[in-house]
Write a protein that binds this ligand. Structure first.
Ligand code: ZN
Ligand code: ZN
Length: 355
């Protein structure tokens, strides 16, 4: 009888364990990574009303997010101790984030700020060094301003990992996207990039990785963090294999498709020594929405990288960059002067006609 009871208890326990296992697993699987904030509309509404002194579920997640991307001094905190209180420190961190991303500095979780927090981005933390902001430029470097130190003109080799690739795009499509990305930087600085099959000896090593891949910066699945790379002279460029990488949005219709060439161009900027820019149109701006393209270097990117490597002797500021200048306001003045000149010329012409 005792034996029968014991046997029945064991069976019951096993049955309970088996039935509860899916719950345990699903709880583990639904745990959201620090780098990916996806809030329901209901939660966004609650957070949007947040002000200093209020306590709202979800603020601790945003604090962890800010901590991961360099806005909170990690040595003073433990991720597990972040509270849901909207305190004075959180307000100053929000101000800093808004300043760094070129948003209106409100110190509040306004809809524009929440929209940026939930936008996919690069995994490289933002460099917080307000003192190094230039008067008109907004590019930044990594601490210590590292760069590749070979004699000029410089040639760097790059190679794709054979083991860590994706199958949704052909190797040819990936190679072409990267070729275009490298050529953008090569056209403005005296540095050339040459593809090699010798992966182990290449200066720049490119691969697509899933989740935890051994460098302490695990990828977080679809969207969230898209890619990351390391400052000179590491040469490691990693892309999240879970993304729907695209080279042509015409054929790739997915809502979560990410433009490979835009992300490649951005990450190469890091490999060369550039940190994130606060100019929204710049390639080095940290976030990129799904189905968006931002692969053309802007004046801010060019000035930043040329300050590290000098200018390519063949580089000329082209007409495509003139529209870029207008975003800084400088060109508006030039245009106003041109317009004034045209009006004056027309006025003189009409006077001459009258006479
Ligand atoms: Zn980045
Ligand atoms: Zn990595």
């Amino acid at each position: 009888m005792f034996l029968l009871l014991t046997h029945s208890s064991t069976l019951l326990f096993t049955l309970l364990l088996l039935t509860s296992l899916p719950c345990i697993l699903s709880r583990t699987l639904t745990f959201s990574p620090v780098t990916k904030i996806s809030l329901t509309n209901h939660n966004i509404q609650r957070l949007a009303d947040a002000g200093k002194g209020s306590t709202i579920t979800g603020i601790s997640e945003i604090k962890k997010y800010f901590s991961h991307f360099g806005y909170i001094n990690i040595s003073l905190h433990n991720n597990s101790t972040f509270s849901d209180i909207f305190d004075a420190e959180f307000e100053s961190v929000l101000n800093l984030y808004q300043q760094k991303l070129g948003l209106q500095v409100t110190g509040k979780l306004d809809s524009n700020t929440l929209s940026h927090i939930t936008t996919p981005r690069c995994g490289v933390p933002d460099t917080i060094n307000v003192d190094s902001f230039h008067s008109t430029e907004h590019y930044l470097y990594f601490p210590g301003k590292p760069r590749w130190t070979r004699p000029m003109p410089m040639s760097l080799t790059y190679s794709f990992s054979r083991d860590y690739m994706i199958r949704s795009l052909s190797l040819h499509e990936i190679r072409e996207a990267f070729k275009r990305a490298f050529s953008r930087w090569a056209s403005v600085i005296p540095v050339s990039f040459v593809e090699t099959d010798d992966y182990s000896f290449a200066d720049i090593k490119i691969g697509f990785y899933n989740g935890d891949h051994g460098d302490g910066e695990p990828f977080d699945g679809v969207l969230g963090v898209l890619a990351h790379s390391f400052s000179p002279e590491s040469g490691r460029l990693h892309l999240d294999a879970a993304e729907t990488w695209a080279v042509d949005f015409g054929s790739e219709k997915s809502d979560v498709a990410v433009d490979l060439e835009s992300v490649a161009t951005h990450e190469i900027g890091h490999l060369l020594g550039l940190s994130h820019s606060s100019v929204k149109e710049a390639v080095m701006y940290p976030s990129l929405k799904a189905r968006d393209k931002r692969a053309d270097l802007k004046m801010d990117d060019i000035k930043g990288v040329q300050a590290l490597y000098g200018s390519n002797p063949n580089f000329r500021f082209g007409s495509s960059l003139e529209s870029d200048i207008s975003t800084n306001g400088a060109d508006l003045r030039v245009r106003s002067l041109r317009l004034a000149g045209i009006i004056l010329f027309s006025f003189i012409q009409s006077l001459c006609l009258c006479i």
